[in-house]
Design a protein around this ligand. Structure first.
Ligand code: ATR
Length: 284
C-alpha cells in the first residue's frame, strides 16, 4: 500500500486523513494516509525520515509550507510565485517535487461548488501571508476585472503584487496593494468577491474596515479561507453589515485542494463534491 501523510504542527485536528481516505475508497486506490506531527525546528529531518520510510507523498500545512517550498528539489511555477508548497511528491530517486494546490482549490470551490463567476469580477483579497500568496496566481488566471490586496502591513501586499506583476499583465488583470485601513469605496471599485486570507479570526481580532456596505456589491460573495467556527467571526461581521451577501467558509477549499493533490499523486480525480457534502454534515 502506498503511504501518504499530512505534516504540520499542530496536526491532531487535521481533516486531511479523513478526506483522502474517502477519496481513496471512492476511486478504489490502495493507499494509506496519516497525520505526521513534525517538531517545529526539525521539518527537514522529518522529511528525511519520511523518505527513508518510503513515503510516496505528503501534504504540508502550517507552519511548514514555506520550508517545504525551499527544501524541494523541483518546484512547480505556482510554488515559486507563492513561495509556499502544500503538496510534495517523493520520487524513487530521493528527489522531492513541490506543488501548491491551495489556490486551485479555492478557485474550484468558488467557481464550481459555489457556482460564482470569478472572470470579469472585482476581487478584494484580505491578507498577504502564505494563505493569500497561495491563492493569487490561480485567481489571476481566472481573469477577474481587478484584484485589490489589502493587508495590515501594506509592504507585504505590495511585495505580493510585485511578484505577480508579470502574470497579471499577461492576463490583463489590474492589481493594487493597499493597507487595510485605507480600504474604502473611494479607493476601490464595487467589490463582487471578498476573500479573507488573514489570521485575524484566530486572534479574535476584527478587521479595521469601515462601511463594508458601501464597498461591496449587495449580492457579493464573502469568503473566508478558514472553516467552521474559525470562519464565523468574519462571516457574521459581514452579514450584519450586508444582509444580502452570500457567505462561504473554506471547507470546500480544503476538500478541493486535497482533490488536486490526490490527482497529482494518483492520476485520478476524486469525486470531491460528494466528500464535501459528507464533511459538511459531519461538522455541523
Ligand atoms: P498564513 O499562512 O495563514 O497566511 P501568515 O503568513 O502568518 O499566515 O499570514 C497571516 C496574515 O494574517 C497576514 O496577512 C497578517 O497580516 P500582517 O502581514 O500585517 O502580519 C494577517 N493578520 C494576522 N493577524 C491579524 C490581525 N489581527 N488583523 C489583521 N490582519 C492580521
Amino acid at each position: 500500500t502506498d503511504q501518504y501523510v499530512v505534516i504540520g504542527n499542530p496536526i491532531a485536528h487535521s481533516r486531511s486523513p479523513s478526506i483522502h481516505q474517502q477519496f481513496a475508497a471512492l476511486t478504489s486506490q490502495s493507499m494509506a494516509y496519516e497525520r505526521c506531527l513534525s517538531p517545529l525546528e526539525a521539518f527537514e529531518a522529518t522529511l528525511h525520515q519520511l523518505r527513508l520510510q518510503g513515503i510516496r507523498g505528503a501534504n504540508v500545512t502550517v507552519p511548514f509550507k514555506l520550508q517545504a517550498a525551499e527544501l524541494a528539489h523541483w518546484r512547480d511555477p505556482r510554488v515559486t510565485l507563492a513561495q509556499a508548497a502544500n503538496t510534495l511528491v517523493f520520487e524513487p530517486n530521493g528527489q522531492i517535487r513541490a506543488y501548491n494546490t491551495d489556490g486551485l482549490g479555492l478557485v474550484r470551490d468558488i467557481a464550481i461548488n459555489a457556482k460564482t463567476h470569478i472572470t470579469g469580477q472585482h476581487l478584494l483579497l484580505l491578507g498577504a501571508g502564505g494563505a493569500a500568496a497561495g491563492a493569487l496566481a490561480p485567481l489571476i488566471e481566472q481573469q477577474p476585472a481587478s484584484i485589490a490586496i489589502a493587508n495590515r502591513t501594506q509592504a507585504k501586499a505590495q511585495e505580493l503584487v510585485q511578484r505577480h506583476q508579470a502574470l497579471a499583465q499577461q492576463w490583463g488583470v489590474p492589481m493594487q496593494a493597499l493597507a487595510l485601513e485605507s480600504v474604502d469605496s473611494h479607493a476601490l471599485p464595487r467589490i463582487d468577491i471578498v476573500i479573507n486570507a488573514t489570521a485575524s479570526s484566530l486572534q479574535q481580532a476584527s478587521l479595521p474596515i469601515k462601511r463594508l456596505d458601501q464597498l461591496l456589491n449587495p449580492e457579493a460573495l464573502v469568503y473566508d479561507m478558514m472553516y467552521g467556527p474559525a470562519a464565523a467571526p468574519f462571516l457574521s461581521w459581514a452579514q450584519q453589515q450586508c444582509p444580502q451577501v452570500h457567505l462561504r467558509d473554506g471547507l470546500g477549499m480544503l476538500v478541493e485542494q486535497a482533490a488536486e493533490a490526490f490527482a497529482i499523486w494518483r492520476g485520478v480525480r476524486p469525486p470531491s463534491a460528494d466528500v464535501l457534502q459528507a464533511l459538511r454534515q459531519e461538522i455541523s
